[in-house]
Design a protein around this ligand. Structure first.
Ligand code: UDP
Length: 239
């Protein structure tokens, strides 16, 4: 059997990705689909960590213009990510996977506190580790959490899931017929052009710490598996 190219990966899912069409904050159908996708690579023996956003429920900048304290609003966003972490944990377990949810903010009754060495140990034992609560700090995003945790647990690559977009384009492909998709782009190029890889703080962190990122279409079944098995899919962001 072919060996996977990557042994330890971190998948970044956004909250929007799991939002229901019918106004529901969490779509069980989408979660189930994502769990199937993750299951495929866990069955190859790949160690998987997941960072999930909270934008389907709350974003920190949502209430700033309404006069809410900024940090307060960001903490609400971080709590939203914990709701999503528990949702994805549930569905992964329904697929028979072993999981651990770990949070950056302590919530002993619902999840383990994030402890780096423990997270690595869980992954070595084949458990999918879900990092909730972002970085635990206001003013950051879950893109930064993905970058930080990937560095800490030595993930070989961050898989940045996008809904319906199969990589990074030179312009918005829905508006510009001349837009071209990059197979590869450097961090610096992506930063200078302001391309939608991840937010710039997170992207700079990945550049400084040499963490490769692959942007891929989360809606295309089998894509995570294809990437893990070494196919060139989506856009690679690296040096
Ligand atoms: N957040 C934060 N610190 C973090 C991660 C997240 O304050 O380390 C807050 C921030 O307000 C953000 C919200 O949580 O808007 C939801 O996260 P994010 O926007 O990254 O979710 P996504 O866009 O991936 O759904």
């Amino acid at each position: 059997m072919q060996e996977p190219k990557y042994r330890r990966i971190l998948i970044k899912l956004s909250g929007e990705q799991i939002k229901g069409d019918d106004g529901e904050s969490v779509s069980y159908t989408m979660l189930d689909f994502l769990a199937q996708e993750i299951e495929k690579v866990v069955r190859h023996g790949v160690q998987v960590a997941v960072v999930i956003g909270g934008g389907n429920i709350w974003r920190g900048n949502q209430s700033i213009e309404r006069g809410m304290d900024t940090a307060q609003s960001h903490y609400m966003g971080m709590l939203a990510t914990v709701i999503n972490a528990l949702a994805i944990q549930d569905v992964l377990e329904q697929h028979g996977l072993f999981t651990r949810a770990m949070t950056a903010l302590k919530m002993d009754e619902v999840a383990e506190p994030y402890i780096r060495r423990r997270a690595v140990r869980h992954m070595e034992k084949g458990r999918v580790v879900i990092f909730g609560g972002g970085t635990g700090n206001p003013y950051f995003t879950t893109d930064s959490a993905a970058a930080l945790r990937a560095a800490e647990v030595h993930a070989e690559v961050i898989l940045m899931a996008k809904n319906g977009v199969d990589g990074i384009y030179s312009a918005d492909p829905r508006r510009d017929p001349n837009a071209v998709r990059f197979d590869h782009i450097t961090y610096m190029d992506a930063l200078n052009r302001g391309l939608a890889v991840m937010d710039s703080t997170a992207l700079t962190f990945c550049m400084d710490n040499r963490i490769p990122i692959i942007v891929f279409n989360a809606l295309a079944a089998g894509t995570i598996e294809r990437i893990v098995m070494g196919e060139q899919v989506g856009t690679l962001v690296s040096n």
